[in-house]
Design a protein around this ligand. Structure first.
Ligand SMILES: Cc1cc2nc3c(=O)[nH]c(=O)nc-3n(C[C@H](O)[C@H](O)[C@H](O)COP(=O)(O)OP(=O)(O)OC[C@H]3O[C@@H](n4cnc5c(N)ncnc54)[C@H](O)[C@@H]3O)c2cc1C
Ligand SMILES: *[C@@H]1O[C@H](CO)[C@@H](O)[C@H](O)[C@H]1NC(C)=O
Ligand SMILES: *[C@@H]1O[C@H](CO)[C@@H](O)[C@H](O)[C@H]1NC(C)=O
Length: 630
C-alpha cells in the first residue's frame, strides 16, 4: 500500500534522526504531543472506560444519524448521554477518498448479503446482492462515496402529505442548513439554500478529470441546465459536492463526535453490540438496553429515552428482538410480543442502478487506479490536500433527468445519472468486482478484455422505486444476521423507468461533447441475455437484472406515519408506537426514499430528531422551530 509505504518511510527517517538526540527532550515532546492529541478536536474520540449504570439518554448506533443525535443532546449540560456503537474507530484508509472501495468486505463492514431472488443481482455470487454497511463509529458515512445530495423538495412535501406535520420541505430545509459548512464560496452566498459554520464540511472535489466537465457539456447538449442540484431546481447537471474536509473524508464521526469528546456529559462505548431493548411489560416503557462488550453482557438504564440509530437493517432487527414487530413473525421465532407492529422491517426501499455501462475512450484521462495511486499522488494528497487520491473513485458529475414516465413539467426527476471517469474495470477486476460480488465468469466474459483501459461510466439510478423489500429475523439470536429480501424490479414500472434510464445513458455517450474523446459503448452482450437481440427493450429488461447495483440506500423499514396508518412504526415525532421512552432516528423512519443519495437526508433526520427530543424534554423551547443553543 502506497500510503503505508510513505508512512513507514517517514517513521524510519524519524527514528534515524531521533537516535542521535537525547532521550529527555523526546519524552517532553512526546508528552506535549500526547496532550495536544488529547485536545485536538479532530482526533479520534476517547472511549469511556467506566460506563455508569444510568444515563438520561442511551443512543444505539453512532452512524450518520446517531452521531448527530449525541452531539445535539449533549449540548444540554444537564443531560447525560451514552453512545453505544458496535464498531471501532476510523482508520488512515477510511480518510482517503479514492480508497473507499477497499472498505467493502473489510472489518468495518457488516458484510450483509440479501437472500437470492430471481428479479435482480443475477450476475452476483449465489445471486445475492452485497449490502455493505458501516460497522464503525460514523457508520456508513465512513464507507460511503461522500456524495452530498439533499433530495427533491417534493419528497418532503409528500412525507408531510402522508400525515407527518413538520416534515415538509420548508420545515426541513433549516435542518439541512444547520449542519452545513459550505466551502464553495459561490454557493455559500446563496443563503436561502446553503450556510457556513456548521459541523459538516461540504466541498467541491479538489480533483476533476477533463471528463467531469465534458459530462456537464453533454448534459447541456441534451437540453439540461447546469444547476445547483441542492438548490432551487433539481433537474439538471452539476459537479458533485462531497462530505469532505480538506480533501479527506468528513464522516459524521469526524464532523459531529470528535468535536464533543471533551463534554463531560458525553460517554462513548465502542465495540459494544446492543442485543436487546429492555421494556417493562407492565408500564410498556423502554428503560434501558443490554449489550455485549469484550464478550461480557452489560445492562445500562435510560432515565429519559432509548434512541435507536442502528440503521435501516439493525434498528428494525432490534425492535423485533425486543418484542416490537409483526405478531405472527415474532411468535414464529419465539419472541414474546410486547407490541404488534406489522410495519417493522417492511416497506424496505433502496436505490439501484445499472452497473457496467462502460464507454471506451481514446485519451489517457480516466481515473485508472494503477496510473493514479502512486508515490507522487500520495505526496500531493498529504501536502496539498488534493490530487488523484481525493478522487471519489471517479464519481465526478451528477445528472437528474426525467424519463418519459415522469411528469416533464414538474422538476421531480425519476433518474439520477452518476457519471464517472472510471468504471468497474478501472482497477483490473479487483476491488469493484469484489465489492459488488460479481462472479468471475460474468466479469471475465464481459469485462476482462478492457481491464485498466481508459473509459467512463454512466450509472443510471432509479430514484423512486415502487418495489418494496423487507427484512425479518432468522432466529431470536441477536447475532444471527436477519434475512433480507430486496424484491428489486418486482414492479413493472421500475423496470420501465430503469430501461429508459439506460437508453438515456447510451444517448449521453453519443453527444459530441463525449464523442470528442472517441467515446464508444462497450457493447459485449451479457451472458444470460445473449439470446435476445442486442439493445431491444427485451434485451435491456434482461440486462438490468444481471449487474443490478445497489447504491446502498436501504431505508424506510420503520417508517413514520400518523396513528391511522397501521404500517407506521413511529409517529411524526419519531416515537415508537406502542411503548414509551423509545424513538428511532435514522434512515429507517423515511416513509418513502428521497430522490437522491440519502446520507444528507439522514443527517437532517438526526438534526430534526434531536430537536424533537429536546422539545419534548425542555418545554420552554417549544416555540423555536430550529434550536440553536451554544
Ligand atoms: C458503500 C456505501 C456508499 C454510499 N454512498 C453514499 C453517497 O455517496 N452519498 C450518500 O448520500 N449516501 C451514500 N450511502 C448511504 C449512506 O451512507 C447511508 O444511507 C447512511 O449512512 C445511513 O445512516 P444511518 O444512520 O441510518 O445508518 P448507519 O450510518 O449505517 O449507522 C448505523 C450504526 O449503528 C451501528 N449498529 C448497528 N447495529 C448495532 C447494534 N446492535 N449495537 C450497536 N451498534 C449497532 C452500526 O455499526 C453503525 O455504525 C452509501 C452507503 C454505503 C454503505
Ligand atoms: C405535472 O405537474 C404539474 C406541475 O406540478 C401539474 O400541474 C400537472 O397536473 C402534472 N401532470 C400530471 C399528468 O400529473
Ligand atoms: C415555525 O413553525 C410555525 C408553525 O409550524 C411556522 O408558521 C413558522 O413559519 C415556522 N418558522 C420558521 C422560522 O420556520
Amino acid at each position: 500500500m502506497t500510503i503505508a509505504t510513505v508512512t513507514s518511510l517517514a517513521i524510519k527517517g524519524a527514528t534515524l534522526l531521533l537516535g542521535k538526540v537525547a532521550i529527555i527532550p523526546i519524552i517532553i515532546v512526546a508528552l506535549a504531543y500526547y496532550n495536544y492529541d488529547l485536545m485536538d478536536p479532530e482526533n479520534y474520540p476517547k472511549v469511556t472506560n467506566n460506563i455508569r449504570r444510568e444515563y438520561d439518554f442511551v443512543v444505539v448506533g453512532g452512524g450518520s444519524a446517531g452521531s448527530v443525535v449525541v452531539n445535539r443532546l449533549t449540548e444540554n449540560p444537564a443531560w447525560s448521554v451514552l453512545l453505544l456503537e458496535a464498531g471501532g474507530h476510523e482508520t488512515e484508509i477510511t480518510d482517503v477518498p479514492i480508497l473507499s472501495l477497499y472498505l467493502h468486505k473489510s472489518k468495518l463492514d457488516w458484510k450483509y448479503r440479501t437472500q437470492p431472488q430471481d428479479s435482480a443481482c443475477q450476475a452476483m455470487v449465489d445471486r445475492r446482492c452485497c449490502w455493505t454497511r458501516g460497522k464503525v463509529l460514523g457508520g456508513s458515512s465512513v464507507l460511503n462515496t461522500m456524495l452530498y445530495i439533499r433530495g427533491n423538495r417534493r419528497d418532503f412535501d409528500q412525507w408531510e402529505s402522508f400525515g407527518n406535520p413538520g416534515w415538509g420541505y420548508e420545515d426541513v430545509l433549516p435542518y439541512f442548513k444547520k449542519s452545513q459548512d459550505q466551502r464553495n464560496p459561490y454557493l455559500a452566498r446563496n443563503t436561502k439554500y446553503h450556510s457556513t459554520g456548521g459541523y459538516l464540511t461540504i466541498q467541491d472535489s479538489p480533483y476533476n478529470t477533463p471528463l467531469g466537465i465534458a459530462f456537464l457539456q453533454a448534459g447541456e447538449e441534451m437540453g439540461y441546465d447546469i444547476v445547483d442540484v441542492n438548490g432551487q431546481q433539481q433537474t439538471g447537471f452539476a459537479l458533485y459536492q462531497y462530505t469532505m474536509r480538506r480533501g479527506t473524508r468528513c464522516s459524521t464521526a469526524k464532523a459531529f463526535v470528535r468535536p464533543i469528546q471533551l463534554r463531560r456529559n458525553f460517554h462513548l462505548s465502542l465495540w459494544s453490540h446492543v442485543t436487546k431493548i429492555l421494556i417493562d411489560p407492565v408500564t410498556r416503557r423502554a428503560y434501558g438496553v443490554e449489550f455485549i462488550r469484550e464478550g461480557r453482557k452489560h445492562v445500562v438504564h435510560a432515565r429519559k429515552e432509548v434512541i435507536l440509530s442502528a440503521g435501516a437493517i439493525n434498528s428494525p432487527q432490534l425492535l423485533m428482538l425486543s418484542g416490537i414487530g409483526p405478531r405472527q413473525h415474532l411468535q414464529q421465532v419465539g419472541i414474546p410480543v410486547i407490541h404488534d407492529s406489522p410495519g417493522v422491517g417492511q416497506n424496505l426501499q433502496d436505490h439501484i442502478a445499472v452497473g457496467g455501462l462502460i464507454f471506451l475512450i481514446d485519451y489517457p484521462v480516466s481515473t485508472v487506479m494503477t496510473r493514479l495511486v502512486n508515490l507522487n499522488s500520495a505526496l500531493r494528497y498529504a501536502i496539498t490536500e488534493d490530487g488523484p487520491l481525493t478522487s471519489n473513485v471517479g464519481l465526478e458529475t451528477v445528472g437528474f433527468i426525467s424519463t418519459k414516465y415522469a411528469n416533464q413539467s414538474d422538476d421531480w426527476p425519476d433518474i439520477e445519472f452518476m457519471l464517472t471517469s472510471s468504471s468497474t474495470t478501472s482497477d483490473g477486476g479487483t476491488h469493484v468486482k469484489t465489492a459488488h460480488g460479481l462472479t468471475d465468469e460474468f466479469y471475465n466474459e464481459v469485462f476482462e478484455s478492457i481491464n485498466y483501459r481508459d473509459v467512463f461510466g454512466v450509472f443510471p439510478m432509479l430514484l423512486r422505486p415502487e418495489s418494496r423489500g423487507f427484512i425479518k429475523l432468522r432466529s431470536s439470536n441477536p447475532f444471527d444476521y436477519p434475512l433480507m429480501y430486496h424484491n428489486y424490479l418486482t414492479r413493472q414500472q421500475d423496470v420501465d423507468v430503469l430501461r429508459e434510464g439506460v437508453k438515456a445513458a447510451i444517448a449521453l455517450g453519443e453527444t459530441s461533447s463525449l464523442k470528442r474523446f472517441g467515446a464508444r459503448f462497450h457493447s459485449r452482450a451479457l451472458p444470460n441475455c445473449g439470446h435476445l437481440p442486442l439493445f431491444t427493450d427485451e434485451y435491456w429488461d434482461c440486462a438490468i437484472r444481471q449487474y443490478t447495483m445497489t447504491i446502498y440506500h436501504m431505508s424506510c423499514t420503520a417508517k413514520m406515519g400518523p396513528p391511522s396508518d397501521p404500517m407506521a412504526v413511529v409517529d411524526p415525532e419519531l416515537r415508537v408506537y406502542g411503548v414509551s421512552g423509545l424513538r428511532v432516528i435514522d434512515a429507517s423512519i423515511m416513509p418513502t426514499i428521497t430522490s437522491g443519495n440519502i446520507n444528507a437526508p439522514v443527517i437532517m433526520i438526526g438534526e430534526k430528531g434531536a430537536d424533537l427530543v429536546k422539545r419534548q424534554w425542555s418545554p420552554r423551547r417549544k416555540r423555536d422551530n430550529v434550536t440553536s443553543d451554544e
